[in-house]
Write a protein that binds this ligand. Structure first.
Ligand code: BES
Ligand code: ZN
Length: 475
């Protein structure tokens, strides 16, 4: 069993410094989806590169070129870092992202989203705290604590940190393909910390994610926004058409109404079905993380299957709609509805898109509207499932037991991390998701947080994993 106590002790003593590191990171509003924030995303990348170098690592920045479809924007750089270069050690590739979801205090945050706020229960609030700045910094914290404890980092670390994950990892696949026989050549296993426990107490290891096909429907007609008193009743209205089309995708119980989608889903085998019962998860956990009891399903097993194993379709928003408080008697001239489908085995991206596009065209045609409709693919990433009977997972399970004293649950995730599949397919190495945060962290939502305990014990976990994986894969 690796001798980890000096490392663990050092993590405890350095916790204030680690929290300061997170505070600095959260203060950079690296929102990848907002044009005006792109310089902050780049700044965040450089900050992170600086942190790696300050710890004695080396960094190569890969520029990814222009953002497809939005050529006025440069993509933020991909950071390829390396710590250690010992041919006798195992090479562990770490992936994470330094971009975040949008956030504004006016969305309903209790405190400024870009100022780390620690409350009386040691919950650390801030955009990116759990998704994914805390976990990314966890790896750097682990290096620092090893150094200060005088404990050798038992593996070589390769790092791939990107700034477009929240936008479908634009540009990254090409870089991975280009670097697979170069920077990534010696990778033995891959570890990603960018997901969450199912509840608040029990750690898990994650061996699958759903894919995400993101689409938009643009409907336009009038030459400009119109007064609804003057023109209402005389013109086809884009919003009326769009609401009809968007209303046809899914029923209130989450059933997808697009013909042919269900047939693409692989049936659940009896063996698979048995996996959900033993997972430590309750409807109460679900309600706690929902912040409400509005769940669709009655049992934990059904809820878990619908999160991990079945597809879902969500409506996200309407660009061009009047949405601010107050009453405005306007007919918007052009509206863009946005929605996405979370995909599972064996749904192929193109097959799904074909069905969705046909559905949208058919529904729009039914309206007999003179407006113009355009269907767009925004981004698509495929689902991923990994073999968890692999030393990468054995090592992580041992590390969880060492740090938390329990065996982790084996889970799949409802959310998506497009690069998991690219790594699996291109590098042909085992990929593990090793989460730091918990189900109540509210990633993507208001008041996103990471509990101090998860950050500090999570840092211990990431460091411990490196020791166990070195042991399992000994060269
Ligand atoms: N950290 C999430 C992925 C995730 C979400 C893992 C939920 C576990 C549970 C990641 O940052 C994310 O949000 N990804 C996007 C990807 C999408 C834009 C392709 C997502 O899932 O919406
Ligand atoms: Zn994330």
């Amino acid at each position: 069993m690796p001798h980890l106590d000096p490392y663990f002790k050092q993590v405890d003593s350095l916790q204030d410094a680690f929290i300061e590191r997170l505070r600095e990171a959260v203060a950079i509003p690296s929102i990848s989806s907002e044009d005006a924030r792109r310089p902050d995303v780049v700044k965040m990348g450089h900050w992170l590169a600086g942190q790696i170098k300050a710890l004695g690592g080396t960094v190569e920045l890969r520029e990814l070129g222009k953002q497809p479809g939005r050529e006025h924007l440069d993509l933020p750089p991909c950071i390829l870092g390396r710590y250690g270069n010992d041919p006798n050690k195992v090479n562990v590739l770490l992936y994470g992202h330094y971009d975040v979801q949008p956030a504004q205090k006016s969305d309903g945050w209790a405190t400024d989203p870009f100022t780390l706020h620690i409350d009386e229960k040691d919950r650390m609030y801030g955009r990116g705290s759990t998704d994914d700045k805390g976990p990314v910094l966890g790896w750097l914290n682990a290096i620092e604590a090893h150094q200060k404890a005088g404990v050798d980092v038992p593996v070589n670390l390769l790092m791939c940190f990107e700034g477009m994950e929240e936008n479908g990892s634009e540009g990254l696949d090409d870089t991975i393909r280009a670097e697979k026989d170069k920077f990534f050549k010696d990778t033995d296993v891959i570890c990603i910390s960018d997901n969450y426990w199912l509840g608040t107490e029990k750690p898990c290891l994650t061996y699958g994610v759903r894919g995400c096909n993101y689409y938009s429907v643009e409907i336009s007609g009038p030459g400009q926004d119109l007064h609804s008193g003057v023109y209402g009743g005389t013109t086809h209205e884009p919003m009326t058409d769009l609401v009809r089309v968007m209303n046809s995708f899914v029923d209130p119980d989450g059933k997808i109404l697009i013909k042919g989608i269900d047939e693409l889903v692989a049936p659940i085998t009896a063996q698979e079905d048995a996996l959900y019962g033993p997972i430590a998860f309750t409807m109460q956990d679900l309600h706690e993380s929902l912040g409400s009891t509005v769940s669709i399903h009655e049992t934990k097993e059904e809820a878990l299957k619908h999160k991990m194993r079945y597809p879902s379709l969500s409506l996200h928003g309407i660009e061009g709609a009047f949405y601010t408080p107050g009453a405005k008697t306007v007919i918007p001239a052009k509206v863009i509805g946005k929605f996405s489908i979370r995909t599972v085995p064996n749904m192929e991206i193109d097959e799904v898109t074909k069905l969705v596009e046909k559905h949208v065209n058919d529904e729009f045609a039914k309206l007999k509207s003179k407006n113009t409709m355009k269907f767009h693919i925004v981004h698509c990433g495929k689902w991923w499932v990994e073999d968890f009977n692999h030393p990468n997972y054995t090592a992580a399970a041992k590390a969880v037991e060492r740090v938390y004293g329990v065996k982790p649950d084996m889970t799949r995730e409802g959310g998506s991390i497009p690069v998991t599949l690219t790594f699996q397919e291109e590098l042909k190495k085992n990929v593990l998701l090793l989460p730091m945060g918990s189900s109540t962290d509210a990633a993507h939502s208001i008041n996103e947080k990471l509990d101090k305990r998860n950050y500090i014990e999570g840092t211990k976990l990431l460091g411990a994993y490196l020791h166990y994986v070195a042991g399992e894969l000994k060269k």
